[in-house]
Ligand binder design. Structure first.
Ligand SMILES: O=C(O)CCC(=O)C(=O)O
Ligand SMILES: [Fe+2]
Length: 267
């Protein structure tokens, strides 16, 4: 069975809505890709506004206990709530560890702390494509994460590759967050969850209703030293040496993206 896991969370009220409002504020365009973590400048800048939005989002996940979830492909994955505070990645049932629920949670101890790699990113795709139908805004990839939470404004362009290999648009639905399964989840769920291949297409300026895309993304990674897959489960070869750690593989991907001059940073 090949199901790519993409879910949508319906946000009720709270800071996440605030974040959605805040990120409409920047004018003139922050860099196309940025990460949080810099010190704020003396005057509030567009970047600072965006970072405020990130904080609001994190606060939301720490505080909110009642957001609704509905899975587009429902096979019983309970999901994720209060993610940084209680590190509650519930459910993942690896065949070797299914008797110990804490096993998976324990691999996310650094999440939400300065030591952790989990990060927010604000992506902004300001320029419409001129003279062509559309162009690539973010190249096709899968996230290395456990889970990725994707907020966006009311814009088109986010696409996932369905199991038959067709790219399909994921429509914007107000007040929702998309939840994507990442590669780490794939390996540690005994390959039950298929990481979603996704990309962003920037439509042409003539596209009806064109609006520049802004997305606010939370990438939840397992702790840096965690093996990317359970030792002995190497996807390429069962005989290969120890799996890379989450950090090693992430750095390798980032390096590759830079070397290739790709328009994206691998997540
Ligand atoms: O900006 C988006 O909507 C998606 C970007 C993305 O897939 C990523 O940053 O990993
Ligand atoms: Fe991504």
């Amino acid at each position: 069975m090949c199901i790519q896991h993409l879910a949508r969370i319906w946000v009720q009220q709270g800071a996440a809505q605030l974040a959605l409002e805040s990120w409409r504020a920047p004018q003139g365009g922050p860099p196309a890709v940025m990460s949080s973590g810099d010190a704020p400048s003396s005057a509030p800048s567009a970047m600072w506004v965006v970072k405020e939005a990130f904080s609001s989002t994190i606060a939301f996940f720490k505080a909110e206990r009642n957001f609704k979830m509905r899975w587009l492909h429902d096979d019983g994955f309970v999901g994720y709530s209060q993610m940084s505070s209680e590190k509650s990645v519930k459910v993942v049932r690896h065949r070797k560890y299914n008797k110990n629920r804490d096993y998976f949670v324990n691999m996310h101890q650094d999440s939400g702390t300065p030591k952790g790699t989990s990060l927010h990113r604000f992506n902004y795709y300001p320029e419409p494509t001129r003279g062509r139908e559309s162009s690539t805004g973010f190249a096709a990839h899968r996230d290395l994460t456990t889970l990725t939470l994707l907020f966006s404004n009311d814009s088109e362009g986010f696409q996932i590759c369905d199991p038959s290999g067709q790219w399909v648009d994921v429509p914007f639905v107000p007040g929702t967050i998309l939840l994507l399964a990442g590669e780490f989840l794939h390996f540690y769920s005994n390959k039950r969850f298929i990481p979603v291949m996704h990309k962003v297409v920037v439509p042409s300026e003539n596209h009806p209703g064109y609006r520049p895309r802004c997305s606010l993304i939370y990438f939840e990674y397992a702790d840096d030293d965690t093996p990317m897959w359970p030792p002995g489960d190497d996807p390429a070869s069962p005989d290969s040496p120890a799996p890379p750690s989450v950090k090693e593989l992430l750095e390798k991907r980032l390096f590759k993206a830079r070397v290739e001059g790709a328009k994206y940073t691998s997540s």
